[in-house]
Design a protein around this ligand. Structure first.
Ligand code: FAD
Length: 627
């Protein structure tokens, strides 16, 4: 083997093995580096497939840590939680055991844009996640900082590509494995920023990962820089909630996991959130102090959808911005002001906060800060997340420039999931094209979604428990299963519907549920055991009713997705001016991205981050009609 590089980290961490009997150079099937949202999903999925898995992470006590907001889900993210759940992932189930305020956003709009969201008790989430991880069979968890990769010489049949065969830790010890998955989040050469001060850190209180970043660069990976930030935390008892708008949780709570009918806490015991707004004084403080705020001046861009208050003020001057005051936990004294992510010097942060209504006497307990970190250009990985440069080396989560906990978890569960059994053996990882056809094609997290594709193929995956597989299968049968028409005959309101459908003997549950008059109660009488039980599940009833109502729209959308796949190679006109073309519905953001990237084909356009599947369908239609 050859070590790609070996550089001692600036802040060496002591290696504490949770298993003192472990041999010095143990051999695993899979090593997962990082115990964040991507790493925990990757490690459990691999272990459940029967792979002897090692989760190597800086600290056991930060496994499952929520680095920024104390919430999961929301518009464009709630459906990712559902996908993770369909694949028997962890975060949806753990959220149902740790939430303190559950709310479905956008209820007044159509079901495709509903956003299931919950405030989460940070401490409880971490505890529940760590319990799950430490009790997963075949999964060994060990503290340690990975500094370097062990590579084997290229095999002739693999066109000169070298292969990863293990990792080197900061203390020089080595661990071998068939595959290595890096889920290092914001830690690669991480720097935190407050005002004009910068310190090396992966996040507040955690060392950065410098040696590994250097290794990846030396190997020839294209490395970019991203930035993001977090708001200050405020003492709860210093806020005047009585003058603010109160938001109460939903009653009943909607769980994230389809296997749960309820969450761990009653709605009446959940905590409220409060709404306040910024004002012109906030803008003034931001604008007057730009020279003291290096994070804002940096040209590094952030991942999507997490703008700081400074960037909102600069981009949308003279507007009042919403600030949600959210609880950090059941017994926490801290409030998280969602919408006030900032990197002003600490003393100015309190000055700004106290100009906001309800926060006049607010005490800042921990200042907001920014983080800048290396990410790996995602064009260097295949759809199964394996790197093009090094065989059996995988990148997952924020290291690929994803945004948020949900996307990190979903990326692992959805795309890498189908490969873990193969990761153990000598075969090449399976292509994720089956997945790409459904999830991948609608994988942009901002897209409205009506339908969860994963249960259909998730049934076949090894990484899913037997109980979950059975559940998925029954839901599948209920959705598409054929029901004898005779079973409906004793239901008076069904008679005319069946006549209308001109069906002779049999029909699908979805065929009858699309009629307004038919609900799950009537269906319950017509389906055999053991499906009856599932018709009583409120969440499932709602989901199937929605699917039935929109089935034809969905069919049309899937046809369009197929069309895009068939026309991947279609050339885009060289002289097209994306900023001004009419007769095609494209958002300003998409127009700008196409304008700057100038993709040659529809396929290339669809791979530009932020160019949504809906935009691609519109663009394809436009190009075809104008050719
Ligand atoms: P992480 O959750 O960061 O987990 C990485 C794990 O890898 C950690 O456990 C770390 O200890 C471990 N690790 C790293 N390097 C090594 C190594 N060499 N050896 C061993 N272990 C290692 N995202 C947003 O989308 N919006 C935001 O507004 C936002 N704000 C943020 C603000 C801050 C201050 C920070 C720090 C992060 C923010 N994030 C934000 C990012 C958010 O935390 C991630 O989206 C999410 O945590 C990604 O999950 P992950 O598993 O990829 O990485």
């Amino acid at each position: 083997w050859v070590a790609a590089s070996f550089t001692k980290q600036q802040f060496p961490l002591a290696r504490l093995s949770s298993d003192s009997a472990a041999p010095r150079t143990p051999h695993f099937d899979v090593i997962v580096v990082g115990g964040g949202h991507a790493g925990t999903e990757a490690a459990t999925a691999a272990a459940r497939c029967g792979s002897r898995t090692l989760l190597l992470t800086h600290r056991l006590d930060t496994i499952g840590q929520m680095s920024c907001n104390p919430s999961f889900g929301g518009i464009g993210k709630g459906h990712l939680m559902r996908e993770v759940d369909a694949l028997d992932g962890l975060c949806s189930r753990i959220c149902d055991q740790s939430g303190i305020h559950y709310k479905v956003l956008n209820r007044r709009k159509g079901p495709a844009v509903w956003g299931l969201r919950a405030q989460i008790d940070r401490k409880l989430y971490k505890q529940n996640m760590q319990k799950e991880i430490l009790n997963t069979p075949l999964l060994t968890v060990q503290e340690g900082a990975v500094e370097d990769l062990i590579l084997t010489e290229p095999e002739p049949e693999h066109t000169g590509k070298c292969r990863v065969s293990g990792v080197v830790l900061v203390d020089g010890s080595t661990v071998y494995a068939e595959s290595v998955i890096l889920t290092t989040g914001t830690f690669l050469r991480g720097m935190i920023v407050i005002g004009l001060e910068m310190h090396p850190a992966g996040r507040l209180g955690d060392h950065p990962s410098v040696g590994l970043a250097q290794t990846l660069e030396k190997l020839g990976f294209v490395v970019g820089r991203l930035k993001t930030g977090t708001p200050p935390r405020i003492a709860k008892d210093s806020i005047n909630f009585s003058i603010l708008n109160k938001q109460t949780p939903d009653n009943p709570s909607v769980p994230f996991s389809f296997t749960n009918e309820t969450v761990w806490i009653k709605p009446e015991d959940q905590l409220p959130c409060y709404l306040t707004h910024t004002n012109p004084r906030v803008d003034e403080i931001v604008l007057k102090n730009l020279h003291l705020n290096s994070h804002v001046k940096e040209t590094t861009r952030g991942p999507r959808y997490c703008p700081s208050i400074e960037s909102k003020v600069l981009r949308f001057p003279n507007r009042l911005h919403q600030v949600w005051l959210e609880p950090e936990g059941m017994d926490s004294d801290l409030i998280y002001p969602q919408g006030l992510s900032m990197t002003l010097p600490a003393e100015l942060q309190e000055k700004m906060i106290t100009c906001i209504r309800g926060l006049e006497k607010a005490k800042v307990i921990q200042p907001g800060y920014g983080v800048q970190y290396d990410y790996l250009d995602p064009r260097q990985i295949t759809p199964s997340l394996e790197t093009h440069l090094v065989q059996r080396l995988f990148f997952a989560g924020q290291i690929n420039g994803t945004t948020g906990y949900e996307e990190a978890a979903a990326q692992v569960r959805i795309l890498a999931h189908c490969n873990f059994r193969l990761l153990r053996s000598r075969h090449s990882p399976a292509s994720a094209s089956r997945v790409a056809g459904t999830i991948g094609a609608c994988g942009d997290c901002s897209e409205p979604r009506l339908y969860y594709c994963t249960p259909v193929w998730a049934r076949e995956q090894d990484s899913i428990s037997k109980k979950k597989k059975r559940n998925n299968l029954l839901v599948f049968i209920l959705r598409f299963g054929i029901i004898s028409k005779n079973l409906f005959l004793d239901l008076p309101h069904m008679t005319w519907i069946l006549t209308l459908m001109k069906l002779s003997y049999i029909c699908r549950a979805l065929d009858v549920l699309k009629y307004e008059e038919v609900d799950m109660d009537s269906l319950a009488k017509a389906v055999p055991e053991p499906l009856k039980k599932y018709t009583k599940c409120r969440e499932l009833a709602e989901r199937l009713k929605i699917e039935a109502t929109y089935e034809s729209v969905l069919f049309h959308q899937l046809q369009e997705i197929k069309g895009v796949q068939q026309d991947e190679a279609l050339q885009l006109p060289k002289d097209i001016d994306y900023l001004t073309i009419r007769d095609v519905s494209l958002s300003h953001e998409v127009r700008e991205k196409l304008h700057f990237s100038r993709p040659q084909t529809i396929g290339a356009a669809s791979r530009i981050p932020g160019v949504t599947p809906a935009a691609i369908i519109n663009l394809l239609r436009f190009v075809k009609t104008t050719q």
